[in-house]
Ligand binder design. Sequence first.
Ligand SMILES: [Zn+2]
Length: 433
Amino acid sequence: MKKVVLCMTLLIGIQSFGQNGQNTLRCGQELHYEDHLMNHPEVVQERQELENFTKNFVLNYNPNNKVASITIPVVFHVNDPNNPQKVTMAQVQSAIDILNEDFTATNWDIGNIRTEFSSIIANMDINFCLATKDPNGNATTGITYHYNNYNGREPDGYGTSVKSVEYWPGDEYLNIWIVNYVEDDNDLYRSGWAFLPDSWVASNNLDGIVYNHRYLGYTGSSDVSGTSSWQQEMARVLTHEVGHYLNLYHTFENYCSSPGDYVNDTPPVYYHGSTNCDQIGDKCSGVTVVNDQNYMDYTYCPSMFTTGQKARVVAALNSSVAGRNNLWTTGNLQATGCTTSTASLDEYDDIASTKLFPNPAHTEINLQFNLSKTTDLDIYIQNLAGQLVQSHSMTATGTEIKTISIDELKAGVYFVNVRSQEASYTLKLVKHK
Ligand SMILES: [Zn+2]
């Protein structure tokens, strides 16, 4: 704990020496975070539990496993004292397009990745959907407009003022508050900040991302001086903030010290060595090339996530911390108007009709499917710690029963996840002695 606090303090110090913000990515994730952890020891405890869950999940995670791609519903709350409508639908759509490119490795600069890292480029397989239904089920554009002059931090460092103006349930939507100043220092070069998954933050309706309208989308309004290439780079800071929201740290977290950013395939890196894209500066021992093109670094060439980061993000999306595991359920996508495919809804209905018996069970379980068509299925059995203890692939048709041995499992509670190409459904299983 002490070490963590020290590093964050150092970071804040370094950040405040930034020039006019150009050529550095101005993320404020660490600002106020030290105070937050000190005031809420239960968050420190939860971070550790999520770390343990992630470690187990990652150990058993195979990025090549066929899983349904993940969609996250998004809402933008735009704030300005005079003209919030200056942020147009076209601008918001551009921001969504950038996220969808960056999180599916279809970004324009993906071909520029250094050869040392080309084999670990991750297609995160995550899509972002502008919500078309609000929390009451009414039609929405996915943008709400508000007249106020709140910055993204006041009055308490959490941005409670602006977040109280409009907040949609954080386990159903990714809330993004667009403001004129994301910090309380009137610095228009600061781009945004986000919370890592955090139940305290979620239960106080503070979960999400605060973001500067100047850097939203490629069509962003701009009253800042900078080259067009710098503006393009800044437009992708939102990708970095969503990385935090999905539990990624900066690649330079803890500098050269273990556990770094808690991701195995991102080389440790000094902060001051990563502001450039030329591998200039001191390197941590044993490291010859740093992943300066990573979205979670602070360079002007961000263009990839790694497969290690993908596993960590998928773990966060399978954890109940801050309700991240609810965001992409078929039920939530339906409620937020983010499922347009009736095929996936049909498939979800099919899979959600799966019966598991006996339960509790001792030596074997039966899964009884009730499918409207022949379907390829993956069955994942996880324990309470998130460890994958069994996986099976099968094809089933109509009303069919498949038997799975659970003889080798220890007594306890398990989750049986039934997945098809487009849908996922989880059943609870108790194995008795
Ligand atoms: Zn950051």
